[in-house]
Design a protein around this ligand. Structure first.
Ligand SMILES: Nc1ncnc2c1ncn2[C@@H]1O[C@H](COP(=O)(O)OP(=O)(O)O)[C@@H](O)[C@H]1O
Ligand SMILES: [Mg+2]
Length: 340
């Protein structure tokens, strides 16, 4: 059994807003093992980024309420001191965001920004050592002529190169867990593929675990081993990539996959939309949040609208699903719904 590097239990996050309480993440639990790549997919607004931010305790504004446990390297990130969480960020768990430009400071050279990230956890490192680390990282992420380019500023790099630099900053302390929140969404398709390849190569080198957040099923299919499907701030399906594509177990996943009209579309990340609109996280539908859009909704007064379905293992295999349908129905409908 591989080492569990991240353990999330009953994570819930809400925000107090003038319009009401936003229940952004609701009772999310999962484990991540060293070397594993876990995909998190779901429509925009399903709670993916808030989940990711909580893993590094970044949602700590006065309006946020976070409950549950997030254990990284034996430390409960949500319940430890500020000093402890600073020790963990960057060192044990690091993050790459969607937009490389806003993640970089325009006023500092890229070398200075990589150096700073290293020095946070290596305060005693000599100048020469730090410079060598910066050059090594730039080389690793595929920036040519690192000795000269380290002195340049973010605007002197292309979008793809900037994302490579952001990855260098995230990985400079060899974290056990890398969270990548839509890391390639802002990039064009060929550059997207190069960045994903780079992340996978670096993963093999250090056996780090990766959480890859995306709304693009094609990206997930390419790189992840397991996937969490989120809807209305909850995990509604947890499956291996293979099971998700061959025998999905939740009506929302059936919709997501059915919304892919061909394998080619899937590879291009083109999805048709599912009928209906995503739920407001201020007034999440009662029972199963997906029931207003679900073709298997059992009607007014049924369990679909009165009970939140538990995420449970479906008897046919390893997948977990949060749906009231019984296992036999789930398995047979799931198989009939996948791409032919
Ligand atoms: N700081 C915040 N204050 C209030 N609401 C927020 C805040 N951050 C996120 N939300 C809300 O939480 C929900 C989930 O957002 P998010 O996790 O960003 O979704 P996504 O799945 O697209 O990444 C959204 O309704 C969003 O508006
Ligand atoms: Mg997001």
């Amino acid at each position: 059994m591989a080492e569990v590097v991240l353990s999330v239990r009953n994570l819930s996050v809400s925000f107090n807003t003038p319009d009401g309480v936003v229940h952004a993440v609701n009772d999310v639990s999962f484990d991540l093992q060293a070397g594993e790549t876990l995909g998190i997919v779901g429509e925009s607004g399903s709670g993916k980024s808030v989940t990711a931010g909580s893993l590094m305790r970044l949602n700590n504004s006065v309006t946020a309420t976070t409950t549950g446990n997030v254990v990284v390297n034996g430390v409960d990130v949500l319940n430890c001191t500020e000093d402890e969480v600073r020790g963990i960020r960057g060192q044990d768990i690091a993050m790459v965001f969607q937009d490389p430009l806003s993640a970089l400071n325009p006023y500092y050279s890229v070398g200075a920004q990589i150096a700073e990230a290293y020095q946070v956890h290596h305060a005693d490192a000599s100048k020469d050592e730090v410079e060598q680390v910066v050059i090594d990282m730039l080389t690793k992420v595929g920036i040519p002529h690192p000795e000269t380019r380290l002195h340049q500023y973010p605007h002197q790099f292309s979008g793809g190169m900037r994302q490579r630099i952001v990855i260098a900053i995230a990985l400079v302390n060899k974290p056990k867990v890398l969270i990548a929140d839509e890391p390639t969404t802002a990039l064009d398709v060929t550059v997207q593929a190069q960045i994903l390849d780079l992340m996978m190569d670096l993963q093999r080198e250090t056996n780090m675990a990766i959480i890859l957040i995306t709304h693009d099923l094609g990206v997930v299919a390419e790189v992840a081993r397991d996937v969490l499907v989120m809807y209305g701030g909850r995990v509604v399906e947890k499956a291996s990539i293979n099971d998700l594509f061959v025998a999905p177990t939740h009506p929302y996943s059936w919709g997501l996959l059915g919304a892919v009209s061909s394998l080619e579309d899937l590879q291009r990340g083109h999805l048709k939309t599912i009928a209906g609109t995503p739920p407001s996280l201020i007034s999440i539908p009662s029972g199963c949040a997906f029931h207003p859009r679900c073709e298997f909704y059992e009607g007014v007064g049924s369990r679909c609208s009165s009970e939140v379905p538990e995420l449970r293992t479906i008897s046919s295999g390893q997948s977990m699903s949060a749906c009231h349908l019984d296992d036999v129905q789930i398995v047979s409908i799931g198989k009939s719904k996948v791409l032919q």
